[in-house]
Structures are given as C-alpha cells and as structure tokens.
Design a protein around this ligand. Structure first.
Ligand SMILES: Nc1ncnc2c1ncn2[C@@H]1O[C@H](COP(=O)(O)OP(=O)(O)OP(=O)(O)O)[C@@H](O)[C@H]1O
Ligand SMILES: [Mg+2]
Length: 383
C-alpha cells in the first residue's frame, strides 16, 4: 500500500508543510529584530507548525530560542524544568565550553533544580512539585536574563505556544512577562494561542496585561490555489495522481482550516484506487463522519437544547451572516436575539462554532456534515 503523503494531528513539518511564506518571513524578521509578536488563529489553522518552522529556520542561523508549549506544563515546576532544559541547550551559552558545564550553568539561577544525566551525559532538570510562585518567577526572570545576554551576539527569543493557558499556571505570569519584555527589549517574546476570548483578555484588549506590547500576526486560511497545488503534488509524489478538479472539490468541502484539508486528503487518498477523483473525495468524507459518529453524538448530546438547535441551523445554512435577527431566534426556538447570543458565546467557547469573515459557521466541517444528516425533532426552548 502506498505511504500516505498527507498528515494531520500533529504539527506539519518538512514536505507536509506548505504556503505561509509571508507569515514565516514576518515572524522570523520580527524575531531577528527583537520585536514581540502574538500569533493568533482559531484551533488547527497551523500556529504550532508555523512556530516550529520559524524556530527551525532561526536556529539554523544560530539564534537562541527557548520554545515552550504551555499546555504541556501541568504545573509551575514543569514549566521551570522545561525552561531550564531549553536554556541549557542554547547556542552561544558560555557554560557549554566550561569543564563543569552544569555547575557553571546553574550559577545563573537563584533556584536550584535536581539534576539527572541521561546515557549521553545530557542533563535533565527537575524542580520540586511544590515550587512556589516567587521561586518560579525568579527562574523565568533568570532565563530572560540569559537570553538577554545572548542577544548581544545573536537573535534571542522566548516562544510560548498555547499562551492562553498561562494564567492557569500563575495568574501573575502575564504581568511578569510584560515587565521582563520591557526590561530586555532585545529579546523577542513570541506568544501564540487559540481561544479568542482568553487571548483578548491577556494580550489584545485595552487593559490586558500584555496590551500593546506585541505585534499581531493573525493566521488566516492558506490560500486555496496553494493548497490545491500542494494536494496534487503530494498525491503525485506518492504515485496516486489527484485530478485538479478533485483537489478543488476537496478544498471546497473541507473548508479553510488546513487540518481539515489534510485530514480529508488523507482519507481520500486511502479510499481511492489508482487515481484520485471527485467521487473519492466524497468517500473520504464519509469515512471521517463514520469514524467520528459516536464522538459527535456524545458531544451533541451533552449540549443544552438551545445550543443544539443553533448548531443544527448553522450546519444547514452556514456561513450565517446575521445570526442575531428576530427571525433566526424564532427559528431556533428563542424568544429573541439575546438568547441566541448567549448560545453562540457558549458554542464559541467550546470551539464548536467559529466566526469567520463571511459569517458564523460550525467549526468542524465533518461535524457539520454529520449534523445535516440528523432529523431535528427538538422542542422549542424558553428564553
Ligand atoms: N502550513 C501548513 N501546511 C500544510 N498543512 C498544515 C499547515 N499548517 C497546518 N497544517 C495542518 O493543520 C494541522 C494542525 O496544525 P497545527 O498543529 O500547527 O495547528 P495549531 O493552530 O497549532 O492547532 P492547535 O490550536 O490545535 O494547537 C497539521 O497537522 C496539518 O495537517
Ligand atoms: Mg498548536
């Protein structure tokens, strides 16, 4: 069986990555010049893929980059350990040349970790699970100071992916980062995150702790011609040619989110025989909906009745430009637009619904397909 040339689920790298030239150039140039950046996009538009690509490019030119995925840190001690490990490996660190590299490195920190060495003699740093807030703050400040000293000779950046989760680790961390970014202007602070409301509260709104200190790069879709050319070229490279019209149909059916396009391409490739045509795209879509049916059903049944109706209505006629009309409210069983607004906010918070340039949509196109297959028999709700 041919190796599938499409990939989804984890960030896209190497030949699985396409487009984003402008965003990549904007991001790497900002980092090279010590400018702070915030990368925003809904889930699965490719924030982490872009960050990884940019960091790989910068690291090749010997930049000093500490990159952390905040969601992979269940507590402050883990965040501290990851920061210390990443910092230890930075290019240009003078401790790496010292005979006693680790003690030399640790002299830069006010809080001391437990150290273990792997077989290759590489150290792993561990902090006690009870690491207190003030000690963690010192460690973040010490890492920033190291980056700042390295920035005299090379670009330096602290990159925090899934930044919206930072307040759960320490409510004061956003203000601390703001203070450190002000203190060390040569170090670029790069923040990326998805949940729009949270990112607004942290970075984008007036009065947010990090307001006005970072330039925003908002990731949109990858433009359809680039995506279609990518699909055709990847399918070709795996020996199962895809017609141009099938590629067009695939992008149209999956919608603008790169993850959804790659997922549908993956299933379509598997469903097809020797060549990929439009029929195979529909077969691929049906496979996804079949795999996901029980998860969709669970998710749907956990929603309140009003939210279910809004979701179903959106699946039937999205994008919906004007969800807050009396007519739409009546249709989904609310007394008026305020009820719809509350339901939409809750659905957006759950990332089931997304507001796009042309209106409101069900975020997952395969869920929308499943919803369209349902017969609605739900009773109206009171506002
Ligand atoms: N530049 C790209 N080229 C091709 N595919 C991409 C690209 N960026 C993202 N994708 C597709 O989207 C998927 C999700 O990408 P990624 O994990 O980078 O998104 P994300 O915005 O970080 O998502 P999350 O919000 O879940 O963290 C990838 O697995 C891949 O299938
Ligand atoms: Mg990500």
């Amino acid at each position: 069986m041919a190796v599938n040339p499409f990939h989804y689920g984890t960030p896209a790298s190497g030949d699985f990555f396409t487009g984003r030239e402008q965003e990549l150039a904007a991001l790497t140039s900002r980092v090279r010049n010590g400018i702070n950046v915030v990368v925003t996009a809904p889930r699965r538009y490719g924030k982490t893929s872009l960050l990884e690509r940019a960091c790989a490019e910068l690291t090749r030119s010997r930049a000093a980059i500490v990159r952390i995925n905040v969601l992979q840190c269940p507590d402050l001690a883990t965040l501290a350990a990851k920061l210390a490990s990443e910092t230890y490996s930075l290019p240009g660190g003078t401790w790496r040349r010292a005979r006693h590299a680790v003690p030399e490195f640790l002299r830069r920190f006010r809080v001391t970790p437990i150290i273990t060495f792997d077989e290759g003699g590489h150290p792993t740093f561990l902090f006690s699970p009870g690491l207190s807030g003030p000690r963690a703050d010192e460690l973040v400040a010490d890492v920033y100071a190291i980056l700042s000293s390295l920035s005299a000779k090379r670009p330096a950046a602290l990159v925090l992916d899934e930044f919206q989760a930072v307040p759960e680790l320490g409510p004061h961390l956003p203000s601390l980062l703001k203070a450190l970014a002000d203190e060390h202007p040569q170090v670029s602070l790069v923040l990326a995150g998805s949940r729009r409301h949270l990112m607004e509260e942290l970075v984008l709104n007036t009065g947010a702790p990090l307001y006005n200190m970072a330039e925003r790069i908002a990731l949109g879709p990858i433009d359809p011609p680039t995506m279609e050319a990518f699909l055709v070229a990847r399918a070709d490279s795996a020996g199962k040619p895809m017609s141009r019209s099938a590629a067009g149909e695939l992008v149209a059916l999956a919608g603008p989110v790169p993850h959804d396009i790659q997922r549908l391409a993956y299933e379509t490739f598997d469903a097809a025989g020797r060549r990929i045509n439009s029929d195979d795209v529909v077969a691929g879509l049906e496979r996804i909906v079949m795999h996901e049916a029980s998860a969709y059903s669970d998710r749907f049944s956990r929603l309140g009745i009003g939210q279910r109706r809004v979701l179903q209505a959106l699946a039937e006629r999205s994008p919906l430009e004007q969800p807050y009309t009396a007519e739409f409210a009546r249709r989904v069983g609310y007394a008026g637009p305020p009820g719809v607004r509350r339901a939409v906010i809750a659905l957006e918070d759950d990332e089931l619904v997304e507001s796009r340039a042309n209106g409101l949509v069900v975020a997952d196109p395969f869920f929308a397909w499943w919803l369209r297959g349902l017969r609605s028999g739900v009773a109206p709700v009171e506002d």
